[in-house]
Each structure stands twice: as C-alpha cells, then as structure tokens.
Design a protein around this ligand. Structure first.
Ligand SMILES: Nc1ncnc2c1ncn2[C@@H]1O[C@H](COP(=O)(O)O)[C@@H](OP(=O)(O)O)[C@H]1O
Ligand SMILES: [Mg+2]
Length: 379
C-alpha cells in the first residue's frame, strides 16, 4: 500500500488483516468439512440456500474486529447472514462450533498485527456480533459490506470461494478486499486449477491462496499470499501490484461465468461470446474469484445474466468491482451503466446483467452484442 496518510489507509489496513485472519479460519473449516464429510457444519436457510459454520464464524469475527477497531457499536455493517437459523434450538451444535472457530481465530489476531479480545467470547457475544451486521446501507455515510463466504456451494464442494469485504462511503465503494483461499498466487493458476482439480479432496487442498485489495482512486490493486503455520503477516514484503490483462482481441480472450446455470444464463452468454468472436470455452468459477481473475489478468471478461426478477446484492459485487476498476478494468451493468451501490442492500436499477472486462474495447463489444441479442432472448 502507499503511505499511511492516504484516505482510508487505516480502514484498508485493518480490513486486509482481518480478511487474512478469516481466510485461515475458512481453510480450516473447509478441510474439516471435506475430511470428515461433516454435514453437521452445513444448514439450509429458509430460502433453501446453504449456510455453514464458516459463514457465521467469519461474520462474527469480522464484525467483532471492525467494531473493536472503529468505534464500538456505532459502525454500520451490511452482511449476508442473520442469526435466525443459528439461534434455533436445533442449531446448538452449530453454535458451539461457531463459538470455537471464532475464538480460535480471534486468538490468532496478533499474528496478523491486530488485537483480539482479552477473554474468549461467549455464545451470546458471538450471536450479538453476527446480529450487529444488520445495516441496510444507503447513500449517506460509511457502511462496511461483507459476504462472509461468497460461493458457499464452491466452499462445500472443496472448490473456489471468496471472503469479500468492502466499505462504501456516501454511496461509492471506497475500499475493496477479497480473500481467495483456494486461488494460488502463481500466474495462470486459476485456469490450471480448474483443469486439474475441479473438486478437491482434503489431500489436494493446497495451503496457498491470496488476499487482494484496493482503494478507490489509487489506480492500483495489490495481492498478498496467505500466511501459514506460525508465520506472521509481513505487510511490506509480501504485497505485489496486480493489473488487468492487455489482451483486447476477442479471439484470445478468456471469459468467466458462474458455475451454476441457475445463477446465470449460460446459453445467452454463449450467444454473446459467439457474436463477439470469443473462441475459448468459458471458465466457470464459483464466487467473486471471477472478479479477482479479471483484476489479476488471468481472464478478460466476466458476464453474469441472472434470471429476470433476481435482485443482485451489494455484498456479492462491491469488493470485486472496485478491484477490477482500480486494476485497470471496466464494470457496468449490461446496458453500460456503472453499478449503483448507494441504494441499500440491492443493486437497484440494474439493467439485465453484469459485464466486467479488462478494457474498454472488449467491454464495448460485449455491451453492443447484448443490445443486439436481447430482443430475441427469453430472459
Ligand atoms: N438465482 C440466482 N441468480 C443469480 N445469482 C444468485 C442466485 N441465487 C444466488 N445467487 C448469488 O450468486 C452467488 C454465487 O455466485 P456464483 O454463482 O458466481 O458462484 C451467491 O452468493 P453466496 O454463495 O454468497 O450465497 C448468491 O448471492
Ligand atoms: Mg455471495
């Protein structure tokens, strides 16, 4: 990072360290999940989507650390999970696991240059930390935005997932931090990874991964490797800048999309790819790791076209969008308008889908193709 006087430098510093902490937590939980086939760690929410011990534990840990660093109870945090399922009597085993995971993680805070609690937190404090993240954001003031485990399906399948933390200031994303515990720091690693081990076993889980981060207006984005065993986070030595790819020839470009066709219309995207002249097969990846791949220059295009009526949430995009933009890329809705993070928990007014590209030329071509194809599509 640049120097300490930059705007949001304290916020960014704390956010990056906290995301490192919870990446480590997630790696442990994912390992346990895969080794013991421990379905006890997974629950269904009322909307039938999945939530795991990791989602709640990350949210509690980040909430506690941010509150500690920035003014107690008064900070505003918008996050995906609530305490409803976890507070039910049938969830007492999960609550116990969450409390242990949170305390184990907080006890490691000094390794990451932060201060944890003097005493272990009890169940009520953990629930309170999760519940405190009940802000709905909005156009005024600072709001932290957290997706504790983005790509929960990828997480439970031993695949890609991300921890996404952003801060919105007066409606604009000011900082973005993305923890990607299964995204190695080596170049070309995502493409190799998805070819070699689309679903990992516990043995193949490699302890590599990275945290990427940026600050609005910096024109830069950075990446740090995760730390392991007893190593401490050494900020200065470990960060390197990342940048989008310079490829602007569609024939050479790689495009990413969600794995699940319920989350994005694969055939519509394939039509766009064909119109624009993309030749490679889509790189299907869970979670905001897709934004990370664009920011790191491993792919050039990310398209997502959710079914009509689905409302995109700010925590699924804020950190990733800023990373791509500051690393040199462009992100808009499918009509070419920038995403609006100022209107509460949803990206209100989003036109059809999301298009993130490494540069303007590719972006323009995709938007034109969407415009031309839309009428004939069934979306
Ligand atoms: N029907 C739907 N259409 C589009 N996106 C959806 C969806 N249902 C869930 N999602 C979002 O897609 C995210 C996963 O992204 P991807 O498909 O790119 O891996 C989910 O994040 P969580 O896993 O955090 O719930 C969720 O927010
Ligand atoms: Mg998500």
């Amino acid at each position: 990072m640049e120097n300490d006087n930059d705007e949001y430098s304290k916020e960014l510093n704390v956010a990056v360290r906290v995301v490192h902490m919870v990446c480590s937590l997630c790696q442990k939980v994912q390992k346990q999940l895969l080794s013991s086939n421990n379905s006890n760690q997974i629950k269904s929410k009322d909307d039938d989507s999945l939530v795991t011990v990791a989602d709640w534990s990350v949210q509690a840990t980040v909430s506690w650390m941010l509150s500690e660093a920035f003014g107690g109870q008064n900070i505003s945090i918008v996050a995906e999970e609530d305490v409803q399922t976890l507070s039910e009597p049938e969830s007492s085993a999960q609550l116990g696991m969450v409390v242990s995971a949170v305390n184990e993680c907080l006890a490691e805070a000094p390794k990451f240059g932060l201060k944890g609690p003097n005493e272990a937190l009890g169940a009520s404090q953990v629930l309170e930390a999760i519940n405190r993240c009940n802000s709905t954001g909005g156009p005024v003031g600072q709001h932290w935005v957290l997706d504790p485990v983005d790509g929960t399906l990828g997480f439970v399948r031993g695949d890609q997932y991300a921890i996404a933390l952003a801060m919105i200031d007066d409606g604009e994303v000011a900082i973005g931090v993305l923890g990607c515990p299964n995204y190695p720091v080596r170049d070309d690693s995502l493409i190799k990874y998805s070819q070699q081990c689309p679903v990992m076993s516990e043995k193949s889980l490699r302890e590599e991964g990275c945290v990427m981060y940026t600050r609005k207006g910096s024109g830069k984005a950075w990446m740090q490797p995760l730390i392991h065993s007893d190593k401490r986070l050494e900020w200065q030595n470990s960060a390197r800048t990342i940048h989008v790819s310079s490829i602007d020839d569609p024939a050479l470009a790689t495009f990413c999309e969600p794995v699940e066709k319920t989350n994005s219309n694969h055939s519509f995207a394939a039509g766009i790819a064909n119109t624009v002249g993309l030749r490679k097969l889509p790189l299907r990846v869970y979670s905001m790791v897709k934004y990370a791949a664009i920011a790191r220059g491993e792919a050039e295009i990310y398209m997502k076209f959710a079914r009509a009526g689905y409302k995109e949430k700010i925590w699924d995009h804020a950190a990733g969008v800023l990373l791509v933009q500051e690393a040199g890329g462009v992100v808009t809705d499918a009509g070419g308008t920038p995403l609006d993070f100022s209107r509460g928990i949803y990206l209100e007014g989003l036109d059809r889908g999301i298009v993130a590209c490494s540069g303007f030329k590719l972006h323009e071509k995709i938007i034109e193709a969407v415009y031309a194809s839309w009428e004939s599509s069934n979306l």
